[in-house]
Write a protein that binds this ligand. Structure first.
Ligand code: GLA
Length: 681
């Protein structure tokens, strides 16, 4: 059960004044360094304002050098040292990377790829989420850790494993096959029901016994799509089940210590359905690394915003991001001046109450030695360390923000894992569709208009929003169709796009014409989808250029208006964007093509019709992102400069907590700078 972070003891200083604060820290890997360095570490942590570190994430081989032989002396010493320095510990269960002795004795814990290859040790996370042998050893370690440190005064939170599923989400081993069958049995009850759901009359796939069913291993051609979808669901659930198993041990031994695990909401594989995991932890944590490119900052904002949505609006913990370059992109670029601080504060703007980096001290050896850290190879006499120390002070000054919640926007983007997984399966009208990119492009359009939009999930309450954009909402079970219809008849404005409403939860097409489950609501009918070839584009009547997709639309409902049509291509003269108005004042809009980075004018029209406006002065729109947090003491405006030039914002009318402002309420944002203004409610 998620609780408010402000009730967690790690948001409060260890001693003295116990008012909430924002936490600050890093992954700390002292085992990579001789003991002499540890003393310097804690001294520098104090200098930088560090309040919490994640410890022992990859320490299994050090803690249990041989089966049942424990070596906790070094960790005891580090825990004591941290506590004596006033630094809390988010203690890992240390199970993320199994030690060599375990693999030597039990090679059957190693994952197997789709093509049947064993994933060997040598990296990390080489374990099967469904291996009973791995689980037994890991839970023994969890129990030992929990029992040893249950009363340690530094222990503020538990950090289960690390980035569950980062490298091992899809395992096709025999253990996985067994567990998959159990999962399917629980879902369908009978083989016949599974046959129906999987449409196995196709290509002679009818099963007569559970034993015949396998994970979707390398096949001669397109594997059964519902089998693939269920395997994705199962793989997410298998890791969630593992998370629960560790958590249950921790809750039994230390019922008062909150448990978390670091999600990768937008990173990694997309394989974990996090909205569905959120209830399993006491608070949500997320890791984020900037994707290089023109939408890098938008993507950061999107990820933070979605994390807040997944956390149900509760403040959350940014468990990892980087001070500068990472080591795993094709080219690992250093951050430019201002970016370190801006990136951190943008997460805070979207509800993070803790900011932590991977990692504290940059490694001298190993695969991550070129990954930036709070203390770089150059040592503390460096721009990076000076900047992280300044950020520590800034976060201390932002203590009044701790525990505040984001103010709900009037518009939202619906991001749905089921639609993500299913819309990108093979054997579709196009293999070029990228679900996340489509959603991100809508988000960028909101940012360019200076209009706040929340990123929400299918579990969120739609009725809080005047406008909901649901791009490529491909999987629409009956219940979701009903909810969307109720939303629009209740006055809400829904915007959806191509390839939406097409299939039910079994990936079976809703018959009678597209967009299937949403056809009546949208008041249109499509007989044939018409994706565009690579490099092909079409012009629309409003002057915009579109790619990827078109549809042959027939308007059915008399209350549908054609907002713009196709002027070139095979659909020339036919509707491209339609809008049905409903009696209660709501509407349902369908965008049949991909406008990518040219969505602005259309979105502006749609928002105007719903009377949703920017809260920023006209000059700042597009150049500044606004995010708002609120508590009893007031409203906090986070103003983030999206450009490389200074931006002057007149009339913000509040007390400037971060950044430069004058008495008249004018705030000047440095290039890539952030200001936080405290206003009355
Ligand atoms: C992930 C992991 C960390 C580290 C970073 C590097 O987020 O959790 O251990 O490898 O990536 O960016």
């Amino acid at each position: 059960m998620m609780t408010s972070l402000s009730s967690h003891r790690w948001l409060r200083p260890a001693a003295g004044d116990r008012t909430p604060r924002l936490s600050y820290g890093a992954d700390y890997n002292p085992e990579q360094w001789p003991r002499e360095v540890w003393k310097e570490d804690v001294r520098l942590m104090q200098e930088a304002g560090v309040t919490i570190v994640s410890l022992a994430i990859f320490s299994w081989a050090r803690l249990e050098p041989a089966e049942g032989r424990w070596d906790f002396a070094w960790l005891d010493e580090v825990m004591d040292l941290l506590h004596d320095s006033g630094i809390d510990v988010d203690l890992a269960t240390a199970t993320a990377s199994p030690p060599p002795w375990l693999v030597e004795r039990h090679p059957e814990i190693l994952p197997v790829t789709r093509t049947g290859e064993t994933v060997w040790p040598g990296g990390r996370q080489h374990w099967r989420p469904t291996s009973p042998v791995f689980r037994a050893h890991a839970l023994r370690l969890v129990e030992t850790m929990a029992t040893r440190y249950r009363d340690h005064p530094a222990l503020a939170a538990w950090h289960v494993s690390n980035e569950l599923g980062c490298h091992n989400v899809y395992d096709y081993s025999d253990d996985a096959a067994h567990a998959f069958r159990d999962w399917l049995r629980a879902r369908y009850g009978t083989v016949d029901a599974l046959n129906d759901a999987w449409a196995t009359t196709f290509w002679s796939q009818i099963y007569s016994d559970w034993q015949q069913i396998l994970p979707p291993r390398l096949a001669a051609t397109h594997p059964n799509p519902t089998q693939q979808l269920d395997f994705k669901r199962f793989s997410s659930d298998a890791l969630k089940d593992y998370l629960r198993a560790e958590r249950d041990v921790l809750r039994r031994v230390t019922p008062d210590i909150p448990v978390t695990t670091n999600f990768m909401v937008m990173g990694g594989t997309g394989g974990m359905n996090y909205p569905d995991w959120a209830d399993e932890v006491d608070f949500v944590s997320n890791d984020h690394y900037v994707t290089p490119g023109p939408q890098g900052l938008d993507e950061l904002s999107f990820s933070a915003n979605l994390t807040s949505g997944i956390a149900g609006g509760h403040p959350w913990f940014l468990m990892e991001h980087s001070t500068s370059a990472v080591n795993w992109q094709p080219v690992n670029q250093a951050k430019r001046p201002g970016e370190l601080t801006r990136d951190s504060l943008l997460h805070v703007a979207h509800g993070a109450d803790a900011v932590a980096f991977f990692q504290w001290r940059q490694s001298a050896g190993g695969a991550e030695k070129y990954h930036s850290a709070m203390v770089p190879h150059a040592g503390p006499d460096s721009d990076i360390f000076r900047t992280v120390s300044a950020l520590g002070q800034t976060l201390t000054g932002l203590a009044p923000v701790a525990g505040s919640v984001r103010r709900t926007a009037r518009a939202a983007i619906l991001f749905d894992w089921e639609s993500w997984w299913t819309s990108e399966l093979d054997s579709h009208p196009t293999s070029r569709l990228r679900y996340h990119q489509e959603a991100l492009d809508w988000y960028s359009a909101f940012l360019e208009l200076g209009v706040r939009a929340d990123v929400i999930t299918a579990r969120s309450d739609l009725t809080r929003y005047d406008v909901v954009v649901a791009p490529v909402l491909h999987v629409v079970p009956k219940a979701l169709a009903d909810r969307l219809t109720a939303y629009c008849t209740g006055g809400g404005h829904l915007v959806t796009t191509y390839f939406s409403g097409i299939v039910d939860e079994n990936d079976h097409v809703w018959l009678g014409g597209y967009p299937g489950a949403l056809r009546d609501l949208l008041g249109i009918r499509i007989e044939e989808m018409a994706p565009l070839a690579d490099g092909e584009s079409v012009m629309l009547g409003d002057g915009s250029t579109a790619t990827l997709w078109t549809d042959r639309i027939t308007v059915v409902d008399p209350d549908v208006t054609v907002l713009t049509d196709y002027v070139t291509g095979d659909q020339a003269g036919r509707p491209a964007v339609t809008r049905r108005t409903l009696p209660g004042g709501g509407s349902a809009t369908y965008v049949s093509t991909r406008l990518g980075r040219h969505l602005g004018p259309l979105l502006s029209r749609l928002l105007e019709a719903a009377d949703v406006r920017s809260e920023l002065p006209p000059d700042a729109r597009g150049r500044v992102e606004l995010a708002v947090r609120v508590n009893d003491a007031g409203v906090y405006w986070f103003l983030v400069n999206r450009t490389d030039q200074s931006v002057v914002l007149p009339g913000t009318g509040g007390r400037v907590l971060v950044g430069r402002g004058d008495d008249a309420g004018t705030v000047t944002l440095a290039p890539r700078g952030v200001a936080v203004v405290h206003r009355d409610r």
